[in-house]
Design a protein around this ligand. Structure first.
Ligand SMILES: [Zn+2]
Length: 461
């Protein structure tokens, strides 16, 4: 008894929460691979793992378990946002995004994120944050990569420049030593440095992913084993019949128009077949492009999600040089529709896709916009099941972690979302969240509403 009291006291003091076992009854579990829906399941969660998923009352139900009746609900694995900027090294320097993003991710069922730009300090911080989550803190698990490795000079200050193949190889070795789980490549890399990164990464058994460099064809990036291509970079240029000539000067609106005018459909189909054959994932981040193109559209601007953004940040977004100011609204919308068409064709060609938002870019709201990304995928012709996979099964495959993620089954990490309606019949149902289990911690609708209320009252300044 005394020991018990002392222990309780200790845990309260340190904020350590030993998660109570959870038993979810009457759940309809969705298998993301087959799309099969299995009703009447009992899910037993103990600690941070799913202990069993079985029919009827379940077995091995712990005595002190919290019993949750999920009747009428649909259970899917926790969602992944596969392109975010979680650390402060790249924007809004001095404030970490964790305080602000973490709650919004979890409230939206996003229990895992892939960070796309971390430096050594961030990678160290990530370890502390992971510990916090293990101890019951609200936030997603974070996959950390390398610094953004770019050419010299880099595209933006703060990136890690390499001047040649030798320094590119050294950078890969250093980043791996420093705990990066993948290498992020960027626009200004020379073809030699990009190829050297690919070779060194292969030797060390670490994946590389990111932008297709300006001077590299997307065919080459894929053949070299680049594991993912972000934001559809390099695609339009590679699909142009005047590829070599135009790639060097993509940034003026006139050249962009020329890229579009010289679009070669056959060549493009060949490119998507190459991606499919090589298993090159694409992370279109359509919500990023939507913001860049639709920022003046009154319907877009009226989205309720923007209530989570402070006035000062909205003003900063307004003034961002990243927005497309060169084209007319009609031209911008046309460009956005063409990107949706690219995703449509990629999907038809069997290119593996990942849902990512590029959070921290103007007009993208953490958590909420992952659901918008899925909806845009459906607008691009993916079935709701295919769209769901881009945030569940495909991330697990991409991360080589199907033993932990991607399905609601025994032995998997206890990251799950209980929805009030079937997301495979209407993708918008991913927003109808009844409960989120994040690393074994159960949040019901009341908890989630409280998180959202706090987030709205304290937006990032
Ligand atoms: Zn990004």
């Amino acid at each position: 008894m005394k020991v018990c009291l002392v222990l309780t006291f200790f845990f309260v003091l340190t904020g350590l929460v030993i998660a109570q076992p959870i038993v979810i009854r009457n759940a309809t579990v969705i298998d993301l691979e087959s799309g099969k829906k299995s009703p009447g399941k009992t899910i037993v969660i103990d600690g941070t793992a799913i202990k069993s998923v079985s029919a009827g009352r379940g077995h091995g139900v712990p005595r002190n378990a919290r019993i949750v009746d999920a009747r009428g609900g649909f259970v899917i694995p926790g969602l992944w946002d596969m392109h975010v900027h979680y650390f402060n090294n790249f924007s809004r320097v001095g404030t970490d995004n964790k305080e602000w993003y973490g709650p919004l991710f979890i409230a939206n069922g996003v229990t895992g994120v892939r960070d796309m730009a971390s430096d050594l300090e961030d990678r160290t911080k990530a370890k502390t944050w992971a510990e916090g989550i293990r101890n019951g803190e609200v936030g997603p698990r974070v996959v950390v990569g390398s610094n953004i490795i770019d050419g010299d000079p880099p595209f933006m200050p703060g990136m890690y420049p390499v001047k040649d193949a030798a320094s590119a190889r050294a950078a890969v070795r250093l980043m791996k030593e420093q705990g990066a789980t993948y290498i992020k490549v960027y626009w200004n890399l020379s073809p030699e440095s990009h190829a050297a990164i690919a070779d060194e990464a292969k030797k060390l058994g670490i994946p590389f992913a990111g932008h297709v460099p300006f001077l590299v064809s997307a065919f080459t990036a894929s053949d070299l084993g680049q594991k993912s291509i972000e934001h559809l970079t390099g695609i339009a240029e590679t699909c142009s019949s005047k590829e070599d000539e135009l790639r060097k000067k993509v940034w003026t609106p006139d050249v962009q128009k020329e890229v579009m005018a010289t679009f070669d459909a056959d060549k493009c189909r060949r490119l998507y077949r190459t991606f499919a054959k090589n298993g090159t994932y694409n992370v279109p981040t359509l919500v990023l492009h939507r913001g860049m193109q639709r920022y003046q559209d009154p319907t877009f601007r009226a989205r309720p999600e923007f209530r989570y953004i402070s006035g000062s940040e909205l003003k900063e977004w307004e003034e961002s040089p990243q927005l497309n100011r060169e084209m007319t609204a009609t031209e911008r919308e046309k460009l956005f529709q063409e990107l949706i068409e690219v995703v449509s064709q990629m999907n038809r060609a069997g290119v593996p896709l990942l849902a990512g938002t590029d959070n921290n870019i103007p007009f993208v709201v953490p958590g909420f916009d992952l659901h918008d990304e899925l909806e845009l995928f459906v607008a691009a012709g993916l079935s709701p099941l295919q769209a769901l996979r881009t945030a569940t099964l495909n991330p697990a495959l991409y991360l080589n972690a199907t033993d932990k993620f991607g399905s609601v089954s025994a032995g998997k990490t206890a990251d799950i979302v209980i929805l009030a309606a079937d997301p495979t019949s209407d993708i918008r149902n991913t927003r109808k969240i009844n409960a989120v289990v994040s690393n074994g911690n159960f949040l019901d609708r009341k908890d989630i509403d409280a998180i959202l209320l706090r987030a709205k009252a304290n937006p990032r300044k």
